[in-house]
Write a protein that binds this ligand. Structure first.
Ligand code: NAD
Length: 332
């Protein structure tokens, strides 16, 4: 029989953390969730949920007491509009969380620590074309990451390496490429492109004009939340200590993403491109060669399938709040 581990998930009130807690509980683990807020859309499955501000060292110390493994997902983050709006605040908040979480975990003899990094660490100069070459892990250097958010992620990756080299502290580092799915933020300014477009489409009636940021030709790849959680658990169990991409390598333009969502919703809508809004790097895709080698796994949920579930969930949430014109029109 497998021994039950005591696992801490920080950011358990947020999107990925909440789903991860659910999966770890289904796998039979003991789980403590920590966040400054509770999950917004359903109750946590965690055995214990502590409301703590992890920018404070004492809070990190409390969170990591009697814990075997830490999935450190807490972060001040959002979509491109949010992360380009406040470099100082985001970099400061995330630096404090990560520096204190690493040290408190070490002091409390945590056995393994996973840091959630991001594709925002990749050099901007390698992402200037929509037809971008998929990014390999080594493309983060020479360093030229996203200002604020990306620099902090890259710096914390370095810090994880120093902790391993100097203290023998066992760390893992994952670089997520856009994660989407139900139970994620879809309004308020922190939402990312799939959720924002689902909300706009759900809100529209056929013939309406929907605003897309940039010219819509910028490219990204998107990973469904269940695949993300599977990859996280596999990486934590693996012996791979270097940063690893976790994403899909199917690249779509934002216009294509919008068209898929319209098709799911059964709505014909017009588009207005707002060129004054931030669009981030021109193109980004994940090279999954190492991911396949290391984990023997790769996210595989088709975008259309994952978006169908996500769209339905957002549409239902908005309907509950009286914000959709109608629920009919959504196709199976
Ligand atoms: P999220 O915003 O839904 O969750 C992050 C959680 O951290 C939130 O619930 C927030 O309240 C919490 N938090 C923020 N400041 C805190 C503090 N001071 N103390 C305690 N908790 C605090 O974001 P997510 O999408 O679930 O992202 C999880 C992790 O994955 C983050 O580290 C993020 O940077 C990284 N990431 C996510 C994506 C993505 O596409 N979702 C992409 C790249 C990297």
């Amino acid at each position: 029989m497998k021994t039950k581990m005591r696992i801490l998930v920080t950011g358990a009130g947020g999107f990925i953390g909440h789903h991860l807690v659910r999966r770890l509980k289904a796998d039979g683990q003991w789980v403590r969730g920590v966040d400054i807020k509770r999950p917004e859309y359903e109750a946590t499955a965690a055995d214990e949920f502590q409301l703590l501000d992890l920018r404070e060292y004492e809070a990190c110390s409390k969170a990591t007491t009697k814990i075997d493994q830490v999935y450190n997902l807490a972060a001040d983050m959002g979509g491109i509009g949010y992360i380009t709006s406040s470099h100082a605040g985001i970099a400061r908040n995330n630096t404090l969380i990560n520096v204190h979480m690493l040290e408190a975990s070490r002091q409390n003899q945590v056995k393994r620590f996973l840091f959630s990094s991001s594709a925002c660490v990749y050099a901007q100069s390698k992402q200037t074309s929509a037809d971008v070459t998929p990014l390999r892990e080594e493309d983060a250097y020479p360093a030229d990451p996203e200002p604020g958010y990306g620099w902090e992620k890259l710096y914390t990756e370095e810090l994880c390496k120093y902790y391993r080299q100097d203290y023998g502290f066992d760390t893992r580092m994952v670089r997520f490429h856009n994660v989407y799915g139900p139970l994620g933020t879809y309004d308020g300014g922190k939402e990312k492109s799939p959720a924002a477009l689902c909300r706009k489409v759900a809100h529209a009636v056929p013939g309406d004009v929907v605003e897309i940021w940039g010219d819509g030709l910028q490219t990204r790849s998107y990973m469904y939340i269940d695949d993300c959680v599977e990859g996280l658990i596999r990486l934590m169990a693996s012996n791979h200590v270097d940063a690893l991409n976790l994403g899909t390598d199917r690249m779509v333009t934002i216009n294509e993403l919008f068209a898929i969502i319209c098709e799911i919703a059964g709505k014909t809508l017009r588009v207005r491109h707002d060129l004054t809004k931030p669009q981030g790097v021109r193109g980004r895709n994940s090279d999954n060669t190492r991911l396949r080698q290391v984990l023997g796994y790769e996210p595989s949920t088709p975008l259309e399938q994952g978006l169908r579930v996500t769209y339905r969930w957002i549409e239902q949430e908005m309907h509950r709040a009286g914000r959709t014109p109608t629920l009919v029109g959504s196709r199976a």
